[in-house]
Design a protein around this ligand. Structure first.
Ligand SMILES: *Cc1c(COP(=O)(O)O)cnc(C)c1O
Length: 385
């Protein structure tokens, strides 16, 4: 059996140990310290935001962003439906109610048409959301111009979940810097990793200051331990921030490597009738975190699960596209706005979608093994049609 080929595994640069060593040498093992300060400053510079706040996960960053916007009991939050559960869980932590918004076919991300319907209805009901959570799926930017125009018109702040899109850009501006807050993740499977961690970015320095206060148990200024509001223990450790600093140095290389993986898949499989890759929006530069595609059931008899199983037999990991949150048992009864009256795009993408191994450390030979398995199954089926 060949070595397992993963969907997306950690890819160290080699420089991580130097930063970690420095943390050890200075005994800054405890949370915070020079690596945290450095990592925050470097991310802010990279993204082009005024500041950044390093936390223990992307989920924690979303939780803090919602809290900073005052989301609480009885509030609603508009949220992309086609995403990982981590986007929406923090809405529930705060006792608020998610309202899910469908995707469109061009971006796979939040549909401006569905968002507009949601705004019109919620305004008529006198129940505008406290925030809009926009996800940039698989490294592709959402239609930020259209979405921001709507959110600005209704005066509702935006949180950009850029956990999957670090390094991507939209019309020359870095993903994660469009809303009031942007969120990055350094989980082990993301484009760069600290083994676990996240970052909140914003141009609002005061709010970032408050995020650090909330993320360290919300301790008031007093000689004793005094607390007036609920806080969390969410700051990033100085050791892990060291890993992040070295990873950030090679982020652009990782983006190029993932885009090259995507190009090789397109070259090998692009001609197969009924197979379509996730498009790239005009004027945007995705990081192609995961190469994803759809299989048209009218043209290809195989389902994504058939291919996932076939790949698994060769010790290759592939995954379905995220199951939309409006279809999750956890969110039963939550409101949902589909793209068209009878067109549920995120459901269609889920039923047809497949994520392929896309790691920047996957060798060309390994990718050829993946392609060979896919071709074997797809072309046999295709030639029957
Ligand atoms: C990974 C991910 C998160 C959460 O990040 P963690 O660091 O794992 O908490 C949030 N949203 C999306 C879309 C993700 O893919």
């Amino acid at each position: 059996m060949n070595n397992r080929i993963f969907l997306s595994s950690p890819h160290m640069s080699g420089n991580e140990q130097a930063y970690i060593k420095e943390a050890f040498d200075t005994n800054w093992i405890a949370p915070l310290g020079a690596n945290v300060d450095g990592f925050e400053a470097e991310i802010a510079t990279y993204a082009g935001s005024e500041g950044a706040s390093a936390v223990s996960s992307g989920t924690a960053a979303i939780h803090l962003a919602l809290d900073l916007l005052g989301v609480g009991q009885g509030d609603s939050v508009f949220c992309s439906s086609l995403t990982f559960i981590a986007t929406a869980n923090p809405i529930l932590y705060l006792g608020a109610e998610p309202v899910f918004i469908d995707s469109d076919d061009e971006s796979w991300n939040m549909s401006p048409i569905a968002l507009e319907r949601a705004f019109v209805e919620s305004k008529a009901e006198g129940n505008l959301p406290k925030a809009v959570l926009i996800v940039n799926l698989y490294g592709q930017s959402a239609k930020m111009d259209e979405l921001m125009t709507l959110c600005d018109a209704y005066g509702v702040p935006v949180i950009e979940d850029a956990a999957e899109s670090l390094g991507a850009s939209y019309k020359g501006k870095k993903s994660g810097t469009f809303g009031k807050f942007g969120v990055f993740s350094f989980n082990g499977n993301k484009i760069i990793t600290t083994s676990g961690g996240g970052m909140l970015v914003s141009d609002d320095i005061e709010q970032l200051k408050r995020s650090r206060f909330l993320a360290t148990q919300a301790r008031d200024q007093a000689k004793h331990y005094q607390h007036s509001v609920v806080g969390y223990n969410y700051r990033m450790s100085n050791v892990l921030a060291g890993i992040g600093r070295a990873q950030l140095e090679i982020l652009d290389e990782r983006v190029n490597a993932r885009r090259a993986v995507f190009e090789r898949y397109v070259e090998a499989l692009g001609e197969i009738d009924g197979l379509e890759f996730m498009p790239e929006l005009e004027d945007t530069y995705g990081n192609r975190w995961l190469t994803t595609l759809t299989l048209d059931p009218e043209k290809i008899e195989l389902t994504p699960y058939n291919l996932i199983d076939a790949l698994a037999e060769e010790n290759i990991e592939a995954r379905p596209v995220w199951k939309p949150l409006h279809l999750q048992p956890l969110f039963e009864g939550c409101k949902y706005y589909s793209h068209g009256e009878n067109d549920d795009v995120s459901l269609r993408l889920f039923e047809r979608g497949l994520c392929l191994p896309s790691g920047s450390n996957m060798t060309v030979e390994e990718q050829e093994q993946v392609i060979e398995v896919l071709k074997k199954h797809l072309i046999v089926v295709n030639s029957k049609v």
